[in-house]
Design a protein around this ligand. Structure first.
Ligand code: ZN
Length: 290
């Protein structure tokens, strides 16, 4: 399938009440596993990179690998830039071939957030068929270079959500509802009512902006399914895949360090990642939708 942006796949997911997994990768092995899982599960999928790996590998290199992988899948695959606070780097990734860009100006005051997000949305829409995700409210924890401490956490103001989407022109909306980045140290305090209200305001009559859930790692299956049922149609999973990569690497090397066979190490990481993603696709309900 040719490369795809997130809009169509997420409109479809919102209509059918399932969610597309958006999986953060830091290596080509993980990227291959994400796409292979999608093919095996007959699912749409979103490959995400944070800013640091995007800079490390270079956006052009990641986009080229993504294009080759997407061509090999019969189902839609997107490449998404996660939590980028720098409009110029957002634009570079859009130019390089990312199909979705998240501009995260959520730590800025409302008017400035609107201004920065709109600048990126306008650029991406002018450049090509590139969709944009914006965030209102702040998500607790650390995601790459974006760090939000307890004192900075602010849930999304539902009365501002419609205005934010309308004025920025974004395609996909991430409201802060109490989920967090990283590993949950205690039961997360998710405001389901708030999320339901935002879903009703934005997508109750017609679907204006599919909704994104950040901080998927560590949520129980029950909480995940509830958020999907309320309209979360893009579900971000990052920390879990970092753990899977490191644990699979550690597990393999513990018994095979002196084999000096990196191909087998890659295979171990691939298998563990594949399994984790297949599990998510089942819970999110995206499996078997194509
Ligand atoms: Zn996030």
């Amino acid at each position: 399938m040719p490369v795809a942006n997130a809009k169509e796949m997420l409109l479809e997911a919102t209509r059918k009440k399932y969610s597309v997994g958006a999986f953060n990768v830091t290596s080509l092995v993980q990227m291959e596993a994400v796409v292979e899982a999608a093919i095996q599960m007959r699912s749409a999928v979103i490959i995400q990179t944070s800013v640091t790996p995007a800079k490390f590998f270079k956006p052009e290199v990641l986009a080229a690998a993504y294009r080759a992988l997407a061509q090999a899948s019969p189902y839609p695959v997107c490449l998404h830039l996660d939590h980028c606070t720098d409009p110029e780097f957002c634009k570079r990734c859009a130019d390089a071939g990312y199909t979705n860009i998240m501009i995260d100006a959520s730590l800025e005051p409302f008017e400035r957030n609107v201004e920065i997000t709109k600048e990126v949305a306008d650029y991406c829409h002018r450049t090509g068929d590139i969709t944009v995700e914006g965030e209102l409210g702040t998500v607790l924890g650390v995601e790459d270079n974006v760090k939000v401490s307890g004192g900075q956490v602010a849930l999304c103001d539902p009365d501002k959500a419609e205005e934010f989407v309308r004025r920025t022109g974004i395609d996909i909306f991430a409201p802060a509802i109490g989920t967090a980045h990283g590993v949950y140290k205690s039961e997360p305090k998710i405001d389901f009512e708030l999320f339901a209200r935002i879903a009703e305001i934005l997508n109750g009559r017609e679907i204006r902006a599919p909704l994104v859930i950040h901080g998927g790692t560590g949520l129980s299956d029950e909480v995940t399914r509830r958020l999907v049922g309320l309209g979360g149609s893009k579900f971000n999973v990052s920390t879990e895949l970092k753990h899977v990569l490191m644990d699979a690497t550690d597990g393999y090397l513990a018994g095979h360090l002196k084999d000096y066979n990196p191909g087998k190490l890659d295979a171990a990481v691939f298998a563990a990642t594949l399994e984790a993603i297949r599990r998510w696709m089942d819970i999110l309900g995206s499996a078997g939708q194509y």
